[in-house]
Design a protein around this ligand. Structure first.
Ligand SMILES: O=P(O)(O)OP(=O)(O)OP(=O)(O)OC[C@H]1O[C@@H](n2cnc3c(O)ncnc32)[C@H](O)[C@@H]1O
Ligand SMILES: [Mg+2]
Length: 201
């Protein structure tokens, strides 16, 4: 079975990649399987820059093909925040509940129709001796006034998906994987899939 390493320590992301790739017959490992691997500083100013930083550092570390995901939520009424700071919006501890509470506080009094937002996902594929490629996907929605739903991770409970009439956290994992920013970005990698998986260095 072919194997891919996803350069993430986020269990929510790792599970989604497992779900998305294992049906293609690809075994997915994440950095959670390698507890001693180093942390990569996300010093870029865009999702794409950060995805490249993570993918290239880990491809170098593992001498293998690595896919990194840098993603986040961009809210129009907050001038695009939390953006690339989504994971740490309410502090270094990366607490989803606190991040959600901060966003809801900042959006207090703003009516639903002005609470437009989108999830972004940049995926970078890196391997030693290979030119790094980047693809991106987005998913449009609205920020709710209260969290709803138990599925997913991160900001999913406050992200309303109009075409489903539910928050992202109320969708099943199959439903989220049909419409998510991550699934859309991954679909764009499909064309390069054979080359990536059957790497000919
Ligand atoms: O860097 P890695 O190790 O991959 O893990 P991370 O959680 O730090 O990941 P990012 O730097 O890409 O930050 C992304 C944050 O954006 C949010 N996010 C990304 N994708 C999401 C999704 O599908 N649903 C909800 N929130 C999401 C969530 O808060 C993530 O922590
Ligand atoms: Mg991160």
């Amino acid at each position: 079975m072919k194997q891919v390493i996803i350069a993430t320590k986020n269990i929510g992301k790792a599970r989604e990649f497992q779900e998305l790739l294992e049906k293609k017959g690809i075994e997915v490992k994440s950095l959670l399987d390698f507890p001693n691997c180093p942390d990569v500083e996300e010093t870029g100013s865009t999702f794409a820059e950060n995805a490249v930083l993570k993918a290239e550092a880990m491809a170098h570390y593992f001498h293998a093909i690595v896919i990194a995901d840098d993603s986040g939520l961009s809210i129009d009424a907050l001038d695009g925040r939390p953006g690339v700071y989504s994971a740490r919006y309410a502090g270094e501890e990366k607490n989803d509940q606190k991040n959600i509470a901060k966003v809801l506080e900042e959006l207090k009094g703003i009516p639903f129709e002005k609470r437009t937002a989108r999830f972004h996902c940049a995926l970078a594929v890196a391997a030693p001796g290979r030119r790094t490629t980047v693809v991106e996907g987005t998913c449009e929605g609205y920020i709710t006034e209260v969290p709803k739903g138990e599925n997913g991770f991160g900001y999913d409970p406050i992200f309303y998906v109009p075409q489903k009439g539910k928050t992202m956290a109320e969708l099943s994992k199959e439903e989220k994987n049909q419409i998510s920013h991550r699934a859309k970005a991954l679909a764009k990698l499909e064309k390069q899939w054979d080359e990536i998986i059957n790497d000919k260095e």
